[in-house]
Each structure stands twice: as structure tokens, then as C-alpha cells.
Design a protein around this ligand. Structure first.
Ligand SMILES: *[C@@H]1O[C@H](CO)[C@@H](O)[C@H](O)[C@H]1NC(C)=O
Ligand SMILES: *[C@@H]1O[C@H](CO)[C@@H](O)[C@H](O)[C@H]1NC(C)=O
Ligand SMILES: *[C@@H]1O[C@H](CO)[C@@H](O)[C@H](O)[C@H]1NC(C)=O
Ligand SMILES: *[C@@H]1O[C@H](CO)[C@@H](O)[C@H](O)[C@H]1NC(C)=O
Length: 200
């Protein structure tokens, strides 16, 4: 029992996908198709960078960072939605609608179009637009989740912007954030990569 838990934890910590995918189709994202289809072109994409650099700062929010190639790992993860377009206002208004939400991280993620497995180790990619909600501030410092490898497929992040609202100052350092950084961030970064990558 304990051994199984430890193995599960180690698997999660090392970012290794426990399952071997069966190559079924996965949902397509609404971000631009990147050509050529590799992580290098994705990370260098001027098109993705332009969306991030040109995005308006939502009203009642403060920009924390712009156009990074990683996603945030703050305290108090509140889930995410996928968007039809890189719309910082829609992302922020969904955050505002949640009592606990203090910050958003919006970014493009290079995801596989098939459930990666030994029969399809490096399938074509799709570009997801993700809007992640956090119950604490996102900062350049905690935006350190640069993706991971799943077999030969590289999950990568580009055009990552962070914004926080007025709640972020008030609650920071209070008991509302039960898990303290940085140990929690280190523990959960690979796990989060799995969660985000698997769309759970
Ligand atoms: C493939 O795997 C997914 C998730 O693990 C499962 O939902 C699906 O039914 C499987 N499809 C086939 C054809 O085995
Ligand atoms: C911004 O905050 C003000 C004051 O609380 C509020 O009246 C306004 O509706 C907010 N704007 C948005 C877009 O939420
Ligand atoms: C991400 O950006 C940093 C800072 O600009 C850079 O040093 C790093 O090489 C980039 N990583 C990738 C995978 O492009
Ligand atoms: C939340 O996001 C969805 C798109 O995923 C959008 O249709 C909806 O209007 C947003 N809700 C709010 C309260 O802004």
C-alpha cells in the first residue's frame, strides 16, 4: 500500500506518464497551427509572441509578466479553462467570478493530437489556449513550468502572460494559502504539468 503510494508519487514527481497511451484522438486546441511542427518552432513563434505582447491588461488586473515560455506554479490551484482565442478579458472575468481567484495565467500549450503511446510516440501537435486560475499571485519567479516530454512528444508553453487582481495583496501571507512555497511548488510542478497536459 505504502510502496504503491510512493511509486505513484515518484512517477508523478519525475513527470513520467504512468500510462502508455492508446493513440486515440484528443481534442484540438484553437491556437494557431505552428509550422514546421516541432517544439523549437513553437517556442520561436513570432505569431504566438505577438498575441502575448499585444494582449490588453484586463481592467482591475495588474500585469505581472509577459510572453514567458513557461506556465505558473503558484499556491492554491483553482483549475483552468481552454479558450477559443487568446482573450485576456474573458480569462480575467472568469477569475473575477470565482471568490478565491486572485490571479490568471494565460498561455499557448503545445499538446499532442493523439494519446501518446509506443505506437505513436510523437504525433502531430495542436495548440491549446489555456487560462489557469490561482488563489495567490502569479509572478515571473513562480512561472517555471516549462513543459515536459511524453515519449518523443515535447509539451511546451509559449506566450505566457500573468495578471493578478486586488484580492492578491489582501490574502497573501494569510492562512488562506495553506501550502507554503517553495517546497509545495517543487513538489507539485511536475504533477501540475501532468494535470495540465492531460486536460484533467
Ligand atoms: C483509449 O484510452 C482512453 C483513455 O485512457 C479511453 O478512454 C479509451 O476508451 C481508449 N480507447 C480505446 C479504443 O481503447
Ligand atoms: C472593476 O472594479 C470596479 C470597482 O469595484 C467595478 O465597478 C467594475 O465593474 C470592475 N470592472 C470589471 C471589468 O470587472
Ligand atoms: C525560455 O526563455 C528563457 C528566457 O528568455 C530562455 O533562456 C530559455 O532558453 C527559453 N527556453 C526555451 C525552451 O526556449
Ligand atoms: C468564461 O469563459 C467562457 C469561455 O470559456 C465565456 O464564454 C464566459 O463568458 C466567461 N464567463 C465570464 C463570467 O466571463
Amino acid at each position: 500500500m505504502i510502496l504503491v503510494s510512493i511509486l505513484t508519487l515518484l512517477g508523478a514527481l519525475s513527470g513520467v506518464q504512468a500510462q502508455n497511451g492508446n493513440c486515440t484522438k484528443l481534442p484540438l486546441g484553437n491556437g494557431p497551427t505552428i509550422s514546421p511542427d516541432n517544439s523549437y518552432a513553437f517556442l520561436q513563434s513570432k505569431e504566438l509572441a505577438a498575441f502575448a505582447n499585444d494582449a490588453p491588461t484586463p481592467s482591475n488586473y495588474t500585469q505581472s509578466f509577459k510572453n514567458l515560455n513557461a506556465s505558473s506554479t503558484a499556491d492554491n490551484y483553482l483549475g483552468y479553462i481552454t479558450l477559443d482565442s487568446y482573450d485576456t478579458n474573458i480569462c480575467a472575468s472568469n477569475c473575477t467570478a470565482k471568490d478565491e481567484c486572485q490571479a490568471i495565467n494565460i498561455f499557448f500549450e503545445r499538446d499532442p493530437t493523439l494519446d501518446v503511446g509506443t505506437e505513436c510516440p510523437n504525433p502531430p501537435s495542436t495548440t491549446m489556449i489555456k487560462c489557469v486560475f490561482w488563489g495567490s499571485a502569479v509572478t515571473k519567479k513562480n512561472t517555471n513550468n516549462g513543459g515536459y516530454m511524453n515519449k518523443a512528444f515535447v509539451v511546451a508553453v509559449a506566450g505566457s502572460n500573468g495578471y493578478y487582481n486586488q484580492k492578491a495583496g489582501k490574502v497573501e501571507g494569510s492562512t488562506a494559502t495553506a501550502i507554503s512555497a517553495p517546497s509545495a511548488a517543487l513538489l507539485f510542478a511536475p504533477l501540475l504539468a501532468l494535470i495540465l497536459g492531460n486536460g484533467l
